[in-house]
Design a protein. Structure first.
Lengths: 292, 284
């Protein structure tokens, strides 16, 4: 009796774990099925080479490039903000800061990632853009610059926290050997500890990029809704995620081509983040083996 | 200046640069919040919380959105917590090192990195259309449950892993079965850690906007939901809607609603940190 009960419990726990696989399969199936029916009406060649994205206009064009360029541009700006600051924070906290300071500041920094993204969108649109316009009169009310900067502030803790864990895990012997040679903390940090923790740092950067590409509300609010193939950070652009929001806010009939476009855009986004996440997972696996 | 002095100077400079970087994010956050408080605090009164949305900014309140958020929070908790904890316990206590466990692990780590808006597309197709739940609170809660599942699973695993082996051995020595050991020893012992993860996951769910917009949550709902199949709005969507309007009054409303949303998020994070600290001391 007891053995049967134990077995039933084990199987039901297992089925909970299997739900996670069902979710992945569900995501891939849903995106693929709708995307396939999208590509029955639009040629894949046009999708990747047309330079206009106007599915909501009468003259319809389905080129993903403008949405991709918007996504990459805002992500690039965000990473340019978050990478130097996040890495400096992680090196400072792991190598320089007193333990008590490190302990109080880490949860505070993580608050940056806990703030809902719609709030960051408000900051970008209402605070940062008007502030930047004082120095850049040409800056449009919606632009990828302030959206990117604010997104960068949001992802600082993703880089600082994970990199700091990696730096902190580097064995003490390495540092002491370096100090013993007369190196300063700065030299030890950059010539010994950072190279030793490089795989962990790279993982944190990849995850931050993946996060930036998938970020939605900040760009939907502050970067505008005009798909445009440009690298100019001062004009309105539209990201993949912002397009999905734009369509979802309207009344879209199931089965219409507009409905299918959000899945075609979605599968493009998913492919990018899936690739980045898989790379980071592989690096992390290798790196774990190195230290354990 | 010789090279030793140069190196010391570099060392000192980097130290101050590090402090500056550490503080800049926090300073900006404080500035932002200060700005929001100035914009919005005067707008908050009891009527703002109990009023229905309206076309006039001064008369608009957050009642329906707040109720929607509470509904979403409750349903998401009911759905996601049992499944997430069960999956976490399975992975930590039952699963053997084989292909299935390797696949499960890669899969969960991948799911944690899937953008939230993709979960919205999944929810739109599966819950709203195939299961024909419509743009209901239940469909929204199911979508968010899938979104926070990986966070709860990972937190449960960490918490269960941290329970010392001696407790397991003692329980088995008394003749307890595996499940009795889990139910009477491991879960109570790791409760604080699991709770921390659950609260953090839920605070993420409260702030989510994008997946719910995709699922079809509305910006304007005249009534608060009264059952799981009702239409709904949530605080972040209400804020998004107010931000997108040009009149200044709505910006003020948005700022006021943001104060409430931030209050909820920060209180939840505070509680989570409190439990984490209390629980961490237990095993040291």
């Amino acid at each position: 009796m007891r053995r049967i009960k134990e077995l039933i419990i084990e199987k039901s726990l297992l089925s909970s774990a299997l739900i996670t696989i069902a979710v992945t399969v569900g995501i891939i199936l849903v995106l693929a099925i709708e995307a396939v029916s999208f590509f029955k009406e639009v040629s894949i060649f046009d999708f990747f080479t047309d330079t206009q994205w106007t599915p909501l206009f009468t003259d319809k064009h389905y080129g993903i490039l403008p949405l991709l360029s918007g996504t990459l541009l805002t992500s690039f700006i965000a990473i340019s903000v978050a990478l130097p600051i996040g890495l400096s924070i992680s090196i400072y906290l792991s190598e320089y800061a007193p333990k008590s300071f490190r302990k109080t500041i880490k949860p505070l920094l993580e608050l940056l990632a806990a703030v809902p993204t719609v709030v960051y969108g408000f900051f970008a649109l209402i605070v940062v853009t008007p502030f930047l316009q004082q120095f850049m009169p040409n800056l449009s009310g919606f632009n990828s610059l302030s959206a990117g900067i604010v997104m960068g502030i949001m992802i600082i803790p993703f880089i600082s926290s994970l990199s700091e864990d990696a730096l902190y895990a580097v064995p003490k012997d390495l540092r002491e050997a370096s100090y013993g040679m007369g190196a300063t903390k700065f030299q030890t940090a950059f010539k010994v500890v950072v190279p030793a923790a490089s795989s962990g740092i790279i993982v944190s950067i990849i995850l931050a990029i993946s996060r930036a590409i998938g970020e939605t509300m900040i760009v939907a609010i502050a970067a505008g809704q005009q798909p445009r193939l440009t690298l100019d950070p001062t004009v309105p652009v539209e990201t993949i995620t912002a397009f999905i929001i734009q369509v979802s806010l309207g009344d879209v009939q199931h089965g219409s081509i507009e409905y299918k476009t959000i899945f075609a855009a979605g599968i493009t986004l998913f492919a990018f983040t899936f690739l980045l996440n898989t790379i980071s997972y592989q690096i992390r696996k290798k790196y774990q083996e190195k230290y354990e | 200046m010789n090279s030793i002095q140069k190196n010391r100077l570099k060392d000192q400079l980097f130290k101050y640069w590090g402090i500056a970087c550490t503080l800049i994010g926090l300073v900006l956050l404080v500035l932002f919040i200060g700005d929001i408080l100035i914009d919005g605090i005067s707008r908050i009164d009891w009527a703002f919380i109990t009023d229905l949305p309206s076309r006039k900014a001064e008369k608009s309140g957050i009642y329906t959105a707040l109720m929607g958020s509470i509904w979403i929070l409750l349903l998401t908790t009911i759905i996601a917590v049992p499944v997430g904890v069960a999956a976490g316990v399975y992975l930590e206590e039952y699963s053997k090192k084989n292909r299935l466990s390797a696949i499960l692990e890669i899969n969960i780590s991948n799911l944690a990195g899937v953008p939230s808006i993709i979960y919205g597309l999944l929810g739109l197709e599966v819950f709203v259309r195939i299961m024909s739940l419509g743009a209901s609170v239940l469909a929204g809660a199911l979508t968010l449950s899938l979104l926070i599942l990986p966070i709860i699973i990972v937190a449960t695993r960490e918490a269960v892993k941290a329970v010392p082996k001696s407790i397991r051995d003692a329980s088995y020595a008394l003749g307890a079965s595996k499940w009795q050991t889990i139910w009477y020893q491991l879960l109570p012992a790791s409760g604080g850690g699991i709770l921390t993860g659950v609260i953090l996951a839920l605070s993420r769910a409260v702030g989510e906007t994008a997946p719910l917009i995709v699922v079809g949550a509305l910006a304007y709902v005249p009534f608060a939901p009264s059952n799981p199949l009702d239409e709904f709005s949530v605080l972040p969507i209400q804020i998004f809607n107010w931000i997108s309007r040009p009149q200044h009054g709505f910006i003020e409303n948005a700022a006021a609603a943001i104060i409430i949303l931030l209050l909820i998020t920060f209180v939840m994070n505070g509680i989570a940190v409190y439990f984490r600290n209390k629980w961490q001391k237990k095993w040291k």
